[in-house]
Design a protein around this ligand. Structure first.
Ligand code: 4AD
Length: 572
């Protein structure tokens, strides 16, 4: 007779084999596994020897072994029943699928002609027969009914397929993101139920236009909410099909239209300056250089200089143009290519310029909030959004430096090359701000978030700003010359607008080129503006993605661009 070993302390009923080296933990399990007639030796723990079990413990173990057997039998029965049911279900489905191939759906010519329409324009067509085309956005089957949410870019439509339309081979194998044509009667959703647009399509005829794959290559296997950011970036073209991404872009479009309306209301004319340029605007360090028929050229950093040349012929102007910055900044608010909304105004002063920026922004926001679609998108993306109160706070650069120091907001101490200085323990040294310091992104963000309202930060030192900026008359103190420049800072984002009055005087402009080490020759056309009837003028640039990040409460400007570019990323 075989003998099995049990160690009540260290044995195991899952990994043990019943040998003295790999004992079981219970006698019951030994009986259950090998039958109740086998010989069993037991020990309390590894310090005592294996011994015969007492009669009472054998009795108890036999009872428990019976229990274990019953349990195992039941589990086996259940598993068999389950497998059979699954097999039957599979068989049933296969049969259904086979039969479905015989079903041919044809459009019934006796029904009223269907009106082809876009989903966004369906409300007036309720009770009528309509024809829509789009992508399967959501899909759910319930018994013999298939629920589809169709997307065509203008909205979402709930459609119900039942009866024959739900029994075809295409219906049983339909996948998300396939394109389909749906025809049926549009009905208001019954009371107590909700559907996008307040109506539902009862489908009487439909067909697949372009199927999307299922299985491993199915849309939801390629990306989902938990996908890695680099995969989401590679699959931006598919991400855009999502509700959030498309809502941001939809709002972006309405926002640009609203800006255009605001500019029209203030008599600014839209122009379209070139992207290929041979002059810099915002410093050589961030220029993308390229070979232009054997000559050096750049991608534009700002259309400002061209807008300035439009003033004498077209009056006040604006443009919506891509700007490019070769900045190695991997921040929430930097792109290598961004959409730049820029405006330039003649015969204006600095105060008037800031008033104008505030007016355009507030009127644009008001327009958006008055537009039903835009207001709904803002509510969806940024439920807490409120139009900013006017007038915007105005804070001079010098007062901002004081404010930062009063609030203990310091910056990294840097060496002459701009590298942070570290102490012996390797910690970056933090120091108070001083007049002349650039207010870095982190400090600016802290200040904006604490103050919590839009802030016009104005009067930056000339050495921090570009060559073209007008100096504050009589501002020169012993160490610093300040400029009529302003940045508009918004909570959560920071700087969204940079603007200034421009140097109107030719000699002063020539001195500006010199200070920045710029060869004036390629700027002859810009200098000419001061030669042929100069005027006091100013303008600004607004980062469209930053403005949208503020409006739609997006974490990063990358979500606010169609196909964002940042260092190392220029695909898709
Ligand atoms: O402050 P910036 O550099 O100003 C100019 O380019 C002026 N020439 C504009 C003008 O006066 N016509 O840029 C203006 C705005 C910034 O406030 C910011 O919103 C945006 O452009 N911006 C960027 N947005 C995304 N990524 C970047 N790398 C950006 N750089 C500037």
């Amino acid at each position: 007779m075989s003998t099995y070993h049990v160690d009540e302390a260290a044995g195991s009923d899952t990994t043990g084999t019943g040998t003295s080296d790999a004992p079981y933990q219970t006698i019951a399990f030994a009986f259950f596994t090998h039958g109740q007639d086998v010989k069993v030796l037991v020990r309390k723990d590894a310090t005592s020897p294996y011994d015969e079990p007492t009669q009472s413990s054998v009795k108890k173990a036999k009872k428990n072994a019976d229990g274990l057997e019953k349990k195992a039998k039941k589990a086996k029965e259940l598993a068999e029943r389950d497998a059979q049911a699954k097999g039957e279900e599979r068989e049933r489905k296969e049969k259904l699928l086979e039969e479905s191939k015989k079903i041919q759906l044809v459009e019934d010519p006796s029904l009223p002609a269907a009106v082809k329409a876009k989903i966004g324009n369906l409300a007036p067509l309720r009770t009528q027969r309509i024809r829509v085309f789009g992508w399967v956005h959501r899909l759910r089957s319930q018994k013999d009914i298939i629920f589809v949410v169709l997307r065509d870019g203008t909205g979402y439509l709930q459609a119900v397929l039942s009866g024959l339309p739900a029994q075809t081979y295409d219906a049983l194998t339909l996948t998300l993101e396939s394109t389909v044509e749906l025809v049926g009667t549009l009905q208001a959703t019954p009371e107590g139920k909700t559907a996008p647009g307040g109506h539902e399509l009862s489908v009487d005829y439909w067909r697949v236009v372009g199927p999307a794959p299922g299985g491993d290559d199915a849309f939801t296997n390629r990306l989902n909410e938990k996908s890695d950011p680099s995969i989401l970036a590679d699959l931006r073209h598919l991400v855009l099909r999502g509700e959030h991404a498309s809502s941001v872009l939809r709002l972006r479009s309405l926002m640009l239209s609203s800006f255009r309306e605001s500019y029209a209301a203030h008599h600014l004319l839209e122009v379209t300056p070139p992207c290929l340029v041979q002059t810099q605007v915002e410093g050589g360090a961030t220029l993308f250089k390229l070979d232009y028929y054997g000559q050096p050229a750049f991608l534009t950093q700002s259309s400002q200089l061209y807008l300035e040349t439009c003033l004498p012929s077209l009056g006040d102007v604006f443009c919506v143009q891509e700007s490019f910055r070769a900045e190695n900044s991997h921040t929430r608010r930097h792109l290598s290519e961004y959409t730049h909304l820029e405006a330039e105004l003649a015969f204006i002063d600095f105060d008037g310029l800031m008033n104008h920026i505030e007016t355009i922004i507030c009127e644009t926001v008001d327009r958006l909030l008055q537009n039903e679609t835009a207001a709904a998108l803002i509510k969806q993306l940024n439920p807490a959004f409120k139009a900013p109160a006017r007038p915007f706070m105005r804070l001079s650069y010098v007062d901002a430096i004081k404010w930062l120091n009063d609030h203990g907001i310091q910056h990294e101490e840097e060496d002459t090359e701009g590298n942070p200085i570290k102490d012996e323990a390797g910690n970056v040294k933090m120091v108070d701000h001083a007049v002349g310091d650039d207010i870095a992104e982190a400090a600016e963000r802290q200040m904006t978030d604490i103050i919590g309202t839009p802030i016009f930060l104005h009067g930056f030192p000339a050495e921090l700003k570009a060559f073209y900026m007008k100096k504050v008359p009589g501002s020169a103190d012993a160490k610093h010359v300040f400029t009529e420049s302003c940045d508009l800072l918004m909570p959560n984002v920071g700087e969204i607008v940079g603007g200034s009055m421009r140097i109107a005087d030719m000699e002063e402009l020539l001195a500006g080129y010199k200070r920045e080490g710029i060869d004036p020759a390629p700027y002859y056309w810009f200098t000419d503006q001061r030669k042929y009837g100069t005027c006091e003028h100013g303008g600004y640039g607004l980062g469209v993605e930053r403005f949208l990040a503020w409006l739609a409460n997006r974490y990063t400007v990358r979500e606010c661009s169609l196909y964002p570019r940042w260092p190392g990323r220029a695909t898709p």
